[in-house]
Design a protein around this ligand. Sequence first.
Ligand SMILES: CC(C)(COP(=O)(O)OP(=O)(O)OC[C@H]1O[C@@H](n2cnc3c(N)ncnc32)[C@H](O)[C@@H]1OP(=O)(O)O)[C@@H](O)C(=O)NCCC(=O)NCCS
Length: 102
Amino acid sequence: MVVSEVQGKVVGMAHLIKGRYDKNSHVGFLGMLIVKGFRSVGVATAMVAYVLEWAKREGLEKISLTTFSTNKIAMSLYRKFGFEVEGTSKNTTSLEKNTSTR
Ligand SMILES: CC(C)(COP(=O)(O)OP(=O)(O)OC[C@H]1O[C@@H](n2cnc3c(N)ncnc32)[C@H](O)[C@@H]1OP(=O)(O)O)[C@@H](O)C(=O)NCCC(=O)NCCS
């Protein structure tokens, strides 16, 4: 996990978890969040660049992630780095039960 700090305060985090089995240990699973108030100023861009460099050094062959297809900003962010949509999953998250800060 990596974090971004501004004046000692954590404003963003990204985690990259290697596949836990031999057969998927070449894949890193990425997730990230930037604190509201610090978004749209390039923090995630800097963090994704950092994480991808780190993944390359670690020998990972693929980075995988999931995001809502309606999350336009995340979609733009990841597309900028060459990520492509491999598939769309339906009814895997209940928005009614969503208690996150998104
Ligand atoms: C998605 C998220 C991580 C983006 O973080 P961020 O620091 O705001 O992103 P950046 O400032 O680096 O912007 C990345 C790209 O997103 C797009 N973007 C950012 N803010 C935008 C806005 N307000 N309107 C439209 N596009 C925007 C742009 O394409 C931008 O690239 P560009 O500046 O080169 O054009 C952040 O909004 C977030 O934490 N959201 C909630 C959690 C989440 O959705 N996580 C991702 C799913 S794993």
